[in-house]
Design a protein around this ligand. Structure first.
Ligand code: AVJ
Length: 324
């Protein structure tokens, strides 16, 4: 089944073995398959993270600025779904910018628990939030949010509200997105709420432009994974022999990103040699899009009750409040 062969872009929520595999093992496995693929999580080395920051400011890349607008416009309403003296648990905190908007509108929050795999970055961000909001208990957890992790004991007795902005959920295969929501429910516990940002299905031209910008930043972001393999795994990818491809796959409701080989070539990486036909691709990312209804159905399948949805004037993006 295609969905299984594609365990690819899954963030490995259900695949514990895959979640703990090294970058080298992942590359050897992924490039060894019929449709070559790499997990989107490997985009985010230092250079990739900086390029993603640039993407969020591109005129064509609407998701970040649209979600920020929705947060600003509706944070007071969202605050109504946050109980007194609750803890806000953010899954995969890149920047704390979005959480801060919510926190500013919800003074009843007692604690903020940013969860991220990068401990160094997390501690810097946590220190800054502590400085700005001294009344808030800031309790960072350095963990892979796609795996089970323990909440800090200090929030054991507090109501919990999960926060998962950025449509990061779109990187999961839909069944794994449901599994992630189920797992988040287990971690947060009975009575929890969750606030989730989800990119919406929209005009194909708008979607395609957002992932294939005129300035070529997304192309650099995609190609950077080849540079990363060269640097970290002794690879010899010629970046000029591949090109960025991104397109909306209407049937599967997802943006696909690929790196297309411009010629027949062989490449050595992680001690193995891989053959590329001209036009052959490495599938590097899926970014799933949902309607308001299809996301609510997914959340319900995962045991959550959809409570409210906030959107922007273009209907480009949605923020959903869910309750266990
Ligand atoms: C970080 C997964 C939300 O899918 O829009 C942006 C990543 N890839 N441009 C997205 C991304 C290419 C982004 N997410």
């Amino acid at each position: 089944m295609a969905a299984l062969a594609r365990s690819a872009l899954r963030y490995s929520a259900r695949h514990e073995a895959a979640a703990s595999e090294s970058f080298a093992d992942h590359v050897v496995a992924g490039l060894g398959e019929e449709q070559k693929w790499l997990s989107a999580k490997y985009f985010y080395d230092a250079a990739g993270s900086a390029l993603f920051e640039q993407i969020t400011r591109l005129p064509e890349y609407y998701p970040t600025r649209t979600e920020l607008t929705i947060l600003h416009d509706h944070a007071r309403d969202m605050s109504g779904y946050i109980p007194l003296s609750a803890a806000l648990v953010e899954f995969g905190t890149g920047s704390t910018k979005k959480a801060r908007i919510l926190i500013d509108a919800a003074p009843q929050l007692a604690a903020y628990v940013p969860v991220d795999i990068s401990a160094e970055f997390l501690n810097q961000e946590a220190a800054a939030v502590r400085r700005d909001l001294p009344w808030l208990a800031v309790l960072p957890v350095a963990a892979d949010f796609t795996r089970d992790f323990d909440l800090p004991p200090q929030i054991r007795t507090r109501p919990r509200v999960g926060f998962f902005p950025g449509s990061t959920i779109g990187n999961f295969e839909p069944e794994d997105a449901a599994e992630f929501l189920r797992q988040a429910g287990r971690i947060l516990g009975a009575g929890a709420s969750m606030i989730v940002g989800v990119d919406r299905i929209k005009d194909t031209a708008v979607l395609n432009a957002a992932y294939d910008d005129a300035a070529g930043i997304t192309a650099k972001f995609n190609l950077n994974v080849l540079a990363r393999m060269n640097r970290e795994l002794g690879g010899n990818f010629d970046l000029s022999a591949f090109r960025h491809r991104a397109f909306y796959n209407i049937g599967n409701h997802r943006i696909e990103m690929h790196l297309e080989s411009l010629q027949a070539q062989s490449v050595t990486v992680a001690g193995r040699t891989f053959e590329f036909r001209k036009g052959e691709t490495i599938h590097t990312e899926n970014s799933y899009k949902y309607t308001v209804e299809s996301f609510r159905a997914l959340a319900e399948k995962a045991g959550w009750r959809p409570m409210a949805t906030w959107t922007d004037e273009n209907d480009y993006f949605a923020i959903h409040a869910l309750k266990l």
